[in-house]
Design a protein around this ligand. Structure first.
Ligand SMILES: [Zn+2]
Length: 372
C-alpha cells in the first residue's frame, strides 16, 4: 500500500483520523500517478513510465537521487499535464479529496499560475480553474457530512522577478474568490526577496498575507530578506534558521544554545516555520545537520519554543502524506498526541484566515484530539 493510503497509529490512535492543517502543500507536487497517466494519454504527453505504480516509483526514485536537478525534473512531468482548465480543475479536485481522506480540515494549496499557460489559458482563467476544482471537492465533502476548508496561495517564481508584480496583482484580484495569500518559490540562492521588493510593497499595501520559501536552499541572509523585504508572516521551511544558533554545551539529554538576533526575532514574533521533514532531507535543506530525520533541527526548534508546523511540501515526490510526516516525527522524537496537537494549533494560529476562522479551527482541533 502506498504511503498516502496507509494508516499511521500512535498509542493505538489513528493519526489519519485526527484533525490536521496543511499549510505548505504544492498543487503540482500532489497529483495521483493514475491521473497523470490518464491526462498524459489524453494530451499526448510522453511519460517516463506509463503504468501508474511504476510512475509513482519513478517519482520516488528521482526525488531520492540526491540531486536537485533530478528532483526538479519531476515537476516538468506534473506541470505538463496541468495546462488546460479541465486538467487544473481535476487535479485540484482530487488534491482536496486526498487532503480530506488524510484528515485535513484546513489546507492551503500553493502553485505558480505562470507555469500553466502553455495551452492558451490566461493567468485569471488558470486561477479560476483551480478554484472550480477546490469548490467541487469542498461541496462534495460537505454534502457527505464532512468538513474541509481550502485556500489558494498564489506562488511567484523567484527566478522570474520581472513577473512578480503581475502575479501579486493576480493574487489580490482573486482574494475574495479563494485566494488567501501569496508565496515565492523557486531557486532561493541568488534570488532573495529583496529582488522582488516592489511587489512585496504592493502586497503589504493591499494587506494580503505573504509566505516566502526561505531557509531551505539558502541561509540566514535569505531569511532576513524574506522577513524584512518580503514582510513574510511565515517562512517556507525556514529550517536553516538553526544556523543562527550557537551551541553552548551539550549533555546526554539536552542541547543548550544561544539565539542570534534573527532567530530570537522569529521566535518572539511567533513567525511560523513551515517545515517538511521528508522534503527537507531530500532537497538537502538540512544537509549541514545530517542525512536522517533524527538529525533534522525540527526537535531543537520545537523544544526552543519556535512556532513549528509540519507539512508535506510535495506528497507525490516524497511519497508521503501529512499523517506519514507526523508519524515519522513521533517515531523519531517520541512525540505524543499532545505534541501532535500543538503542531496543529501552531498551524491554525498561522493560517492565512481571519481571526474568528482560525479560532474555529482551534475548536475543531481541540474537539478532535479530546475525543481520543
Ligand atoms: Zn515548497
Amino acid at each position: 500500500m502506498s504511503a498516502p493510503d496507509r494508516e499511521y497509529l500512535l498509542s493505538g490512535v489513528s493519526i489519519n483520523a485526527l484533525p490536521k492543517i496543511s499549510l505548505h502543500d504544492h498543487l503540482d507536487g500532489g497529483l495521483r500517478p493514475q491521473t497523470i497517466v490518464e491526462l498524459a494519454d489524453e494530451a499526448g504527453v510522453e511519460l517516463p513510465e506509463t503504468d501508474a505504480a511504476r510512475l509513482g516509483s519513478w517519482f520516488a526514485r528521482q526525488s531520492n537521487a540526491g540531486s536537485l536537478v533530478e528532483y526538479l525534473k519531476t515537476f516538468d512531468v506534473t506541470v505538463a499535464v496541468m495546462q488546460t482548465a479541465d486538467q487544473l480543475t481535476r487535479v485540484a479536485r482530487e488534491f482536496v479529496e486526498d487532503l480530506h481522506a488524510d484528515g485535513v480540515i484546513y489546507g492551503e494549496i500553493r502553485w505558480a499560475p505562470e507555469q500553466h499557460l502553455t495551452r492558451g489559458l490566461t493567468l485569471d482563467q488558470a486561477v479560476e480553474a483551480v478554484q472550480a476544482g477546490i469548490d467541487q471537492a469542498v461541496a462534495a465533502v460537505e454534502a457527505a457530512g464532512g468538513f474541509i476548508r481550502v485556500g489558494q496561495l498564489i506562488t511567484s517564481l523567484r527566478h522570474n522577478p520581472a513577473q512578480t508584480m503581475e502575479i501579486a496583482q493576480l493574487a489580490v484580484r482573486h482574494r475574495d474568490a479563494g485566494v488567501v495569500g501569496f508565496d515565492v518559490a523557486g531557486p532561493e540562492a541568488g534570488f532573495p526577496a529583496s529582488t522582488m521588493r516592489a511587489a512585496f510593497d504592493y502586497l503589504a499595501g493591499e494587506y494580503l498575507p505573504v509566505t516566502v520559501h526561505a531557509g531551505e536552499a539558502d541561509g540566514l541572509d535569505s531569511i532576513r530578506s524574506a522577513l524584512f523585504d518580503g514582510r513574510a508572516l511565515r517562512l517556507g521551511h525556514g529550517v536553516r534558521l538553526a544556523e543562527d544558533f550557537v551551541v553552548e554545551r551539550q549533555d546526554d539529554d539536552n542541547t543548550y544554545v544561544s539565539l542570534g538576533l534573527l532567530s530570537q526575532w522569529v521566535k518572539d514574533r511567533e513567525i511560523a516555520l513551515e517545515t517538511s521533514p521528508s522534503s527537507n532531507l531530500q532537497t538537502g535543506a538540512i544537509a549541514r545537520w545530517g542525512e536522517t530525520i533524527a538529525e533534522h533541527p525540527f526537535d531543537l526548534l520545537y523544544q526552543l519554543g519556535f512556532r513549528v508546523t509540519v507539512n508535506v511540501d510535495n506528497r507525490l515526490m516524497s511519497g508521503t502524506s501529512l499523517s506519514r510526516e507526523l508519524s515519522l516525527l513521533t517515531d523519531t522524537f517520541g512525540y505524543d498526541l499532545q505534541d501532535l496537537e500543538t503542531f496543529q494549533l501552531n498551524a491554525a494560529a498561522a493560517a492565512f484566515l481571519p481571526l474568528e476562522d482560525r479560532e474555529e479551527l482551534v475548536d475543531r482541533i481541540a474537539l478532535g484530539f479530546d475525543a481520543v
